[in-house]
Design a protein around this ligand. Sequence first.
Ligand SMILES: CC(C)(COP(=O)(O)OP(=O)(O)OC[C@H]1O[C@@H](n2cnc3c(N)ncnc32)[C@H](O)[C@@H]1OP(=O)(O)O)[C@@H](O)C(=O)NCCC(=O)NCCS
Length: 173
Amino acid sequence: MLEAGEYSAVELSRSGRRIEIRALRPGDRADLAAAVGRVSTQNLYHRFFAVKRNFTEQEIAFFLNVDFVNHVALVAVMEEGGRPMIIGGGRYIVVDRKKAELAFAVIDRYQGQGIGAVLMHHLAAIARGNGLKELIADVMPDNMPMLKVFEKSRLPHSTTREAGVVHVCLRLE
Ligand SMILES: CC(C)(COP(=O)(O)OP(=O)(O)OC[C@H]1O[C@@H](n2cnc3c(N)ncnc32)[C@H](O)[C@@H]1OP(=O)(O)O)[C@@H](O)C(=O)NCCC(=O)NCCS
């Protein structure tokens, strides 16, 4: 069986470009930082609930040192200027025995190409394979693209709204 840490799949973007969806590797540090640098302030705000561009060494280690059991991270890689570039990523962190919390970010200029949906599909498959039953996410109410990705996943889901946040719960069974 392929370990989640060796995960790799090829997909096509809506415009027909090749995207590799693969496990995040420790060596991706520089490319990941470059990708974060290309995400707009508004999109960073949706991802972190704050405008965050600088990360401490501890935060960077947390993002990179994933064990693919309790913390699974995938990146979307596309060729740009003749070299592979990270253009998005999605991850989940197990918060409970059967439940994990999702987070995503795709560089602005590549949004709306189905990359978020593809990342969601692969994360759900890995989560199911790892025996998880639920994926949850906290989303800002105006974050229509993220809510749409969850809707498009076709996973049964429920949402509850509180001031300033939508709690989404997707069921994997
Ligand atoms: C959320 C995010 C990851 C989605 O990535 P993506 O690659 O654009 O996702 P997709 O292309 O698969 O789907 C986005 C959908 O939202 C739709 N959409 C975009 N803007 C929209 C809007 N203002 N209103 C309604 N739908 C909208 C797109 O048309 C698309 O739907 P479609 O497939 O029916 O055309 C990306 O927008 C992002 O990085 N946002 C900033 C970070 C963030 O919000 N993270 C979530 C915190 S958990």
